[in-house]
Design a protein around this ligand. Structure first.
Ligand SMILES: Cc1ncc(COP(=O)(O)O)c(C=O)c1O
Length: 366
């Protein structure tokens, strides 16, 4: 008798698998190799954070604080929002999954730009909802008019990734507000601001890039998603949060995996918030490196969309895989999206130097 397998939900068939950025290749000659494939922060933990984490590690026989109370107090003060508007989770991707869970199931539509953060289709399909992917505009930014046009009476959730992963492009405050004015009030709009800290107003352009916290205040159907993984450098500890009005924040707390956010993550996040000065210095250094990489690549002749995140995007089409292979051979791993392009994280100076040299050589052979 052939053993029967357990019956699993049909929606699981065909769900794309999340592809993590490849680790750096090990070089035979001992030359350093760098990982520019996951938008991580190249710096060690902020001052004082490791000490706090080590002290907390001594009590990991205990469950963490289910309510993430100390972090909630700290965040509420930091952002100037009520404590009841904060819901922490296992990375912002964990909170994003909860946002889908609390709004959308079979028959409902979840909308987002495409290409955008690759977890959106996965978490949408897991919930059984239908994904509505609205192509980016020709300049690699969200096509917010097309997104507003695509809203139906089944739309329940819309992700606006600002700046967008993997293109780095940002929507302006005026464009976002125009869009939000067109979204029905019973549709939740999630402003995914994983890369918020890297935003710098484009000089001379005069286009203000919105801060989700200002936008959500008088819009009950807007939630903001933030993370400690990128600028704060806590990717490995898995902690992120949403800021949303009470009904949404409350639903998020209900759907959280109990004790999902470790005490290590909670305490490290609090300590990181208290190291704001050092954070700013590091972010500034990465923003300066970003400008150097951007200018270097454009001087070589590449078309690089203006980026507000800690990465740049090269639309390489069919040369994508070749570029990724050449980068790896040169000692830097980047993130290829087959047939579309590569996303290159801004890393340590040496890694960025390697990338620029390799991109120049690759360009000459085009
Ligand atoms: C746009 C965006 N949102 C959310 C995340 C999830 O980050 P985390 O779960 O580490 O907070 C990422 C990570 O790459 C991202 O690019």
């Amino acid at each position: 008798m052939t053993p029967k397998s357990p019956k699993l939900r049909e929606v699981l068939e065909g769900i794309p698998t999340y592809k993590p950025g490849r680790p750096p290749a090990v070089e035979d000659d001992g030359a350093p190799a760098y990982k520019l494939s996951s938008n991580e922060n190249p710096y060690p933990p902020l001052p004082g954070v490791l000490e706090v984490a080590i002290a907390t590690a001594r009590s990991f026989n205990r469950y963490p604080d289910l309510a993430c109370a100390a972090l909630t107090v700290e965040l509420a003060e930091h952002l100037g929002v009520p404590e009841s508007h904060i819901a922490a989770g296992t990375g912002s991707v964990g909170v994003a999954q909860q946002l889908v869970q609390i709004t959308s199931g079979p028959g409902d539509e979840v909308m987002y730009a495409w290409r955008s953060f690759e977890a959106y289709p996965i978490i949408t399909r897991i919930s059984g909802a239908t994904a509505v992917q609205v192509p980016l505009a020709a300049d690699e930014t969200h096509d917010l008019d097309a997104m507003a046009d695509a809203i139906t009476d089944r739309t329940r959730l819309i992700f606006v990734c600002n700046p967008n992963n993997p293109t780095g492009t940002a929507v302006s405050r005026a464009a976002l507000e125009r869009f939000l004015d067109r979204v029905p009030q019973d549709v939740l709009v999630v402003l995914d601001e994983a890369y918020k800290e890297f935003i710098r107003a484009a000089e001379g352009e005069g286009e203000e890039i919105p801060d989700g916290i200002e936008i959500y205040r008088d819009r009950p159907n807007v939630a903001v998603l933030r993370t400690f993984s990128k600028a704060y450098g806590l990717a490995g500890l898995r902690i992120g949060f949403a800021v949303a009005h009470e009904p949404v924040a409350e639903a998020l707390r209900k759907t959280a995996v109990p004790f999902g956010v470790s005490q290590l993550a909670q305490d490290a996040a609090v300590a990181s918030l208290r190291a704001e000065g050092a954070l700013m210095e590091r972010v500034e250094a990465l923003v300066a490196e970003r400008a150097r990489v951007y200018e270097g690549l454009t001087a070589q002749g590449w078309t690089v969309p203006a980026t507000q995140a800690n990465f740049v995007w090269l639309r390489l089409g069919e040369r994508t895989a070749d570029f990724a292979a050449a980068a790896e051979a040169a000692g830097v791993t980047v993130r290829p999206f087959a047939g579309e392009g590569v996303r290159i994280t801004i890393g340590e100076t040496q890694a960025n130097d390697l990338l620029l040299r390799m991109a120049e050589a690759f360009r000459k052979e085009l």
